[in-house]
Design a protein around this ligand. Structure first.
Ligand code: ADP
Length: 544
């Protein structure tokens, strides 16, 4: 027997309609690319998204056409999220930090018809335009007064485009499995691969993100997504914030500690989302100025492992609950969040921090299995390692127009192979041991580069650290520890190894410590281990 419930499609346009109707006076505050702070409301955003919808139709954009954006976190980019997907077209967020060859590939592969771009990216687009033959118009996200002189072909001014349209538009109803947005992963090898989200996957992911087990976003909150809108849709915040009716603060181009902390203080931010590097910048700023984060309740950090020292500093110096999330572009991205369980309230503070330093418990509807290296399903014993495979309603079923990559990404039962090596402990917490390609294989044992990095990050003189495996005649590979010192500090290699000696087993200790001025980061803020391996290709360990 079938049930008797309404079959309403889950559509992205419902989110902005809801926010405008019931949270119409709730603010969206932006530090604009032009400079000043801009404020408006969900009602204003909705009206402008409808003008944009009219403009897109006038420019010939229809169902399933791909429309690219290269933009910072701003109110105009927020409008694009709704205007484009709302009419049934596909919002393709381009990550400007990727290499020109990847940008060339992505726009051609997606066959984007329009490119909306911030002022900052006009020079980039000018260089790329001859390589992007599918693009019919470039629309600069600014007003007439700020339009730059540009060699871009068929260039339009965003504010003029909107001003010419009516704010009346009826969002169309269509199948919830219609493609809504497209995001390519910045694979370090091979071509980028496209995750094509649907309206259904996006709405379900927003609902899950708002639950108290995940980000816990509600109408009481003011959320600051520092993670860029060009990186997995700012972890879904443009959608989940509207779902919750939460106030939003969008930081534009300024992501340094001082600018972020200023926004937090002035706007009463309660929840922030960003990668560990950004939070490190904030902590350093707070340390230097002696300022506090009075309004902040919670931080969600993800994208790479969070050192426990950071969790401790936020909790104990600023009273901020510092959560870690794990996920991937292919997972929209939320997979796990390191929430404490009820029983953990009895633990002492350090033990609580240790729970939060794990990647977390899977969110309901994200199914996880750990496949050990002999192909068996690993038990949740906190010890047996294997590759994490996942499935769920906001996880990709394949890559856009890429049969070989799709085949390689799915296991025989159709689960998505994450490439992360993990253990799951008896309490259900997933702990990332490493990327499968980054683990160091030393004499039949595996050394987790993440474990060593986390341990050394607790040293007061270390600003950043990375560990890679270098060839070794006896052990196959042995770890090299690469460290950036904190300004004004002069730690010695031997001192750091001493510091690690009571935190790691003897065979896990790096064979050598080298100091560098900077560690290279990729387009999404992650340490570029491939670059480090290239930089140290000729390097010989003293033990080799
Ligand atoms: P994002 O960086 O937004 O999470 P990507 O698709 O660029 O998405 O990268 C996903 C990969 O990032 C994961 O497979 C994992 O290796 C790594 N990652 C994400 N979150 C964490 C985390 N909390 N701890 C360790 N690694 C993480």
């Amino acid at each position: 027997m079938r049930g008797l419930m309404m079959d309403r499609p889950l559509l992205i346009s419902s989110l902005i309609q809801y926010a405008a109707e019931y949270h119409g006076d709730t603010e969206i505050v932006t530090r604009t690319v032009e400079g000043p702070i801009h404020r408006y409301t969900y009602a204003d955003a909705h009206a402008r998204a409808k003008r944009l919808a009219n403009a897109l139709v006038r420019l010939g954009i229809g169902m399933s056409d791909r429309v690219a954006t290269i933009g910072w976190n701003t109110y105009r980019h927020f409008e694009l999220y709704y205007g484009i997907s709302g009419i049934g077209a596909v919002m393709h967020t381009l990550n400007p930090r990727l290499f020109p060859d990847q940008l060339r590939y992505m726009v051609n592969h997606a066959e984007d018809k329009l490119v909306f771009l911030d002022l900052t990216f006009v020079p980039l687009a000018e260089k790329m335009a001859p390589l992007w033959p599918t693009v019919k118009h470039y629309i600069v996200l600014t007003d007439r007064a700020h339009m730059p002189p540009t060699a871009l072909p068929n260039v339009l001014c965003y504010e003029e485009l909107l001003a010419a349209e009516e704010a009346a538009f009826a969002w169309p109803l269509f199948d919830e499995n219609t493609a809504s947005s497209l995001c390519y992963t910045s694979g370090t090898t091979g071509n980028p691969k496209g995750s094509m989200y649907t309206h259904r996957s996006t709405v379900l992911h927003s609902m899950a993100a708002c639950t108290a087990n995940a980000i816990g976003l509600s109408v009481e909150d003011c959320v600051l997504p520092i993670v860029p809108m060009f990186h997995v849709n700012a972890w879904g915040t443009p959608y989940s914030a509207a779902f919750a009716g939460a106030k939003q603060v969008l930081p534009g181009t300024k992501l340094d500690g001082a600018s972020i902390c200023e926004l937090i203080e002035n706007e009463g931010v309660t929840i922030g989302l960003g990668v560990p590097t950004v939070w490190l910048g904030c902590l350093q700023y707070l340390e230097q100025t002696g300022k506090k984060l009075d309004t902040m309740k919670r931080v969600l950090s993800g994208g790479s492992a969070v050192p426990i020292s950071m969790i401790k500093a936020f909790a104990e110096k600023h009273g901020v609950e510092f959560l870690q999330g794990w996920g991937m572009t292919e997972m929209s991205p939320l997979g796990t969040v390191s929430r404490l369980k009820h029983k953990h309230r009895l633990l002492d503070k350090d033990s609580q921090h240790a729970v939060r330093a794990r990647q977390g418990i899977p969110i309901c509807l994200v199914d996880c299995k750990v496949v050990s290296f002999d192909g068996k399903i690993a038990p949740h014993d906190g010890e047996t390692r294997g590759e994490l495979h996942v499935r769920g309603p906001w996880i990709v079923a394949g890559y856009y127009k890429d049969e070989p990559a799709t085949k390689a990404a799915l296991d025989s039962e159709g689960w998505f192979k994450t490439g992360d090596v993990v253990v799951i402990d008896p309490e259900g917490y997933v702990q990332i041991v490493d990327r499968s390609k980054d683990v160091i294989k030393s004499g039949g044992e595996w050394i987790s580069s993440i474990d060593v990095e986390n341990a050394v990050m607790a040293h007061p003189d270390v600003a950043e650290a990375a560990v890679i495996g270098l060839p070794h005649p006896k052990w196959d590979e042995r770890p090299l520890l690469i460290v950036v010192k904190k300004p004004g500090r002069e730690p010695q290699g031997s001192e750091l190894l001493d510091f690690l000696s009571n935190k790691l087993a003897k065979w896990q200790l790096p064979d050598e410590v080298v100091f560098v001025a900077e560690i290279p980061h990729g387009g999404t803020g992650k340490i570029l281990k491939t670059r480090l391996r290239e930089m140290f290709r000729e390097h010989r360990l003293p033990t080799a």
